[in-house]
Design a protein around this ligand. Structure first.
Ligand code: A2P
Length: 316
């Protein structure tokens, strides 16, 4: 499996299992199947509400000698209601307890959006806290503490713009190793990817298959279906593989990390095998033309009326 070297010398496997939207009752077997197939990287988050079950899958896999802890790269993310500096280490400790781990490989600030500590998901502006009240830099100092306490090997951010990363680089003590963002042929993120690569920050592509299993509340009725794109279909036919496999290998060939989610044993295996495909320059050129800067996860659910957040401010 290919890996990338992070700016601190540590490495991350370029391919991993996504667990967003993987339901309790499904995610434990998904994690176990993935590790059996050879996955070496699992992407988690506290807000996915399934870390306890992911933890069971990990613990059983370690006990069954499927893989050793030190050979799996495990990521989790700080939820938006834990942005105050002193809340970061306790939030991480809860995640470690749920995942039954004594360290994480990577911990990310999930969103550049802050909530009140008692609010899990705000219904109106009163549940949000502005970034002038709890600056991202304050949260970052809390993230640094997780490294200094030996609980996390690498820290980074998610859904961050160039400007927001730049602020952390300029004022923080530890440079972020990663920015995890939505990235696929309809949202190629060229500018952000170039910025990250030239600043030695790796980029993880989330929703690489278009996340068609998102809840209806965060779905547009007329959204384009990435897995059914005609250009991707044609390339898939050329190699006798699936469109999902082309999307995964495209992300790897661009030098990003990719974390397709699946809870189906068959698709978990299929996605893993995408790494054996090799796309040529013409394929890459054709896929390049598909960009339309389309976000499936557009952040509008945080841009609540009368709050300090707008869709534009979240992404800028
Ligand atoms: P399932 O979990 O039933 O396999 P994303 O990673 O972009 O969030 O996309 C996840 C969605 O894509 C889920 O609905 C998942 O369903 C589906 N999926 C995962 N792998 C494949 C595949 N190889 N072919 C088709 N759909 C897939």
């Amino acid at each position: 499996m290919k890996s990338l070297t992070l700016n601190n010398g540590n490495t991350i496997p370029q391919f991993g299992l996504g667990t967003w939207k993987s339901k309790p009752g499904e995610v434990k077997s998904a994690v176990k199947s993935a590790l059996k197939v050879g996955y070496k990287h699992i992407d988690c988050a506290a807000i996915y509400g399934n870390e306890k079950e992911v933890g069971e899958g990990l613990t059983e896999s370690f006990a069954e000698n499927v893989v050793k802890r030190e050979d799996v790269f495990i990521t989790s993310k700080l939820w938006n209601n834990r942005h105050y500096k002193n809340d970061v280490v306790p939030a991480l400790k809860q995640t470690l307890q749920d995942l039954q781990l004594d360290y994480l490989d990577l911990y990310l600030i999930h969103w550049p959006v802050a909530f009140k500590p008692e609010v899990n998901f705000p219904e109106d502006a009163s549940g949000l806290v502005s970034l002038s009240e709890v600056p991202l830099l304050e949260t970052w100092y809390g993230m640094e503490q997780t490294v200094n306490e030996g609980l996390v090997k690498n820290i980074g951010v998610s859904n961050f713009s160039i400007k927001k990363i730049q602020n952390i680089i300029s004022n923080g003590n530890i440079k972020p190793t990663m920015n995890q963002v939505e990235c696929h042929p309809y949202l190629q993120q060229d500018k952000l990817l170039t910025y990250c690569q030239s600043n030695d920050i790796a980029l993880t592509a989330y929703s690489p298959l278009g996340s068609k299993d998102r809840p209806d509340s965060i779905k547009q009725e007329d959204e384009p279906i990435l897995l059914e794109n005609e250009v991707i279909k044609k390339i898939a036919q050329k190699y006798q593989v699936t469109t999902a496999q082309i999307l995964i290998q495209w992300a790897i060939e661009r030098g990003t990390v990719v974390i397709p989610k699946s809870v189906s044993t068959e698709r978990i295996k299929q996605n893993f095998e995408a790494q054996n495909i090799s796309l040529d320059a013409e394929d890459m050129e054709q896929i390049k033309t598909l960009n339309r800067n389309y976000r499936y996860v557009d952040g509008s659910f945080f841009a609540l009326p009368n709050s300090s957040y707008t869709v534009e401010s979240i992404w800028s």
